[in-house]
Design a protein around this ligand. Structure first.
Ligand code: SIN
Length: 355
């Protein structure tokens, strides 16, 4: 009898272990997920008209042509596509973001849709991914993919990145991690990602987490469990994002650079500071005056990786520390905060602290 009790306890423990391994209590792989694909252009849809030319135009392939090429790989997935835009991502606008957000939200609300894949240029993918990460719920996966080589180039990486995204989306553990970017056989969370190299298929880095999973078209290895399970959107999407320029600090900078950047519409500035968010003292004094006028000043770093922590003078200067967010993502968060009516430095700091 004691042995039966021991075996029963052991069985209960293994059930509890499995439940702990996945916050929803089980692991499942979807065989043929129903996926909405939203296309915005970029090199993944780019073409040169010649397999070995260096110059090419992003945003040349339409969504149906891209999906035909994906379907030819024979994936077990049901794909339906919508063309949101067909641009190089340097031309992304708040209006395109609004359309993308509207279509993604509609897909996530649709019971017949298991997840969303967004094709996007790599140059601004970190901004789009982070904006969506802050403004979408996490119940279903949303994945952005791009390519570093155009669709007619030797070694086109777009199809592999797309096949990897399908592999991620089939995993029951893809949801609950916020918006993800799949590039170069890695899965990087929207909050961490940045484009780090101008060329090569391994162009992205993550900070502070380098990757949250490694992926190939046939395998997927997550590092850790989902941490944002069934979270609602953190912010309402706002198409009316305010003017928030980035001040890139350099040696010998004088305060008149600050004056050149600011217009009457400027609601805040993100400082891409030296080292841990530093700047020459005359620049600091100019920014201090702007903070006293009610403009939000966020100190981040022009370095690729590193925390910018609060320093004692931030209190008296009215400044905010961006923590681990680099300038482009720090800017998106500040725009959303201001558009949501959050303008007090302490409340802004809290949002950066909660990353
Ligand atoms: C773009 O961002 O649209 C061009 C570059 C790329 O997609 O790699």
């Amino acid at each position: 009898m004691p042995e039966a009790r021991y075996l029963a306890a052991k069985l209960l423990k293994s059930i509890a272990d499995v439940a702990r391994a996945s916050p929803r209590g089980y692991r499942r792989t979807m065989n043929a997920p129903r996926i909405r694909v939203l296309a915005t252009g970029g090199t993944i849809a780019g073409a040169a008209g010649d397999a070995i030319r260096h110059d090419y135009k992003p945003g040349q392939l339409g969504i149906e042509e891209l999906l035909d090429r994906v379907r030819a790989l024979g994936p077990s997935a049901q794909l339906s596509g919508t063309q949101i835009a067909n641009i190089g991502s340097e031309d992304i606008t708040p209006a395109i973001w609004a359309a993308l957000h509207r279509e993604t939200s509609a897909a996530l609300d649709d019971a017949q849709c298991d997840g969303v894949i967004i094709t996007h240029g790599t140059d601004t993918v970190e901004e789009t991914a982070f904006l969506l990460d802050l403004t979408l719920p996490t119940a279903k996966p949303v994945i952005l993919v791009g390519a570093m080589r155009p669709a007619d180039a030797v070694g086109y990486d777009g199809l592999r990145n797309f096949a990897n995204a399908l592999q991620v989306l089939r995993s029951d553990e893809a949801a609950g991690r916020g918006v993800l970017v799949v590039m170069g056989d890695r899965v990087i969370a929207a909050r961490d990602i940045r484009k780090a190299r101008t060329r090569g298929v391994d162009a992205f880095e993550g900070f502070p987490r380098a990757s949250i999973a490694l992926v190939t078209p046939s395998a997927l290895e997550w590092f850790g469990a989902p941490w944002r399970v069934a979270e609602p959107a953190r912010f309402a999407f706002r198409p009316d994002l305010p003017d928030v320029p980035i001040l890139y600090v350099h040696a010998g900078m004088t305060p008149d650079y600050v004056g050149r950047l600011v217009t009457p519409d400027t609601r805040g500035i993100v400082v891409a500071g030296l080292g841990e968010g530093n700047m020459p003292d005359p620049v600091r004094q100019a920014l201090r005056l702007l903070a006293a006028e009610g403009r939000a000043i966020v100190r981040s770093s022009r370095l690729d990786e590193g925390l910018v922590d609060r320093e004692p003078e931030d209190e008296e200067n009215g400044f905010v520390a961006a923590r681990a967010l680099g300038p482009p993502k720090a800017r998106i968060l500040l725009q959303l905060l201001i558009a949501s009516g959050i303008t007090d430095p302490a409340a802004i700091q809290k949002a950066y602290d909660e990353r």
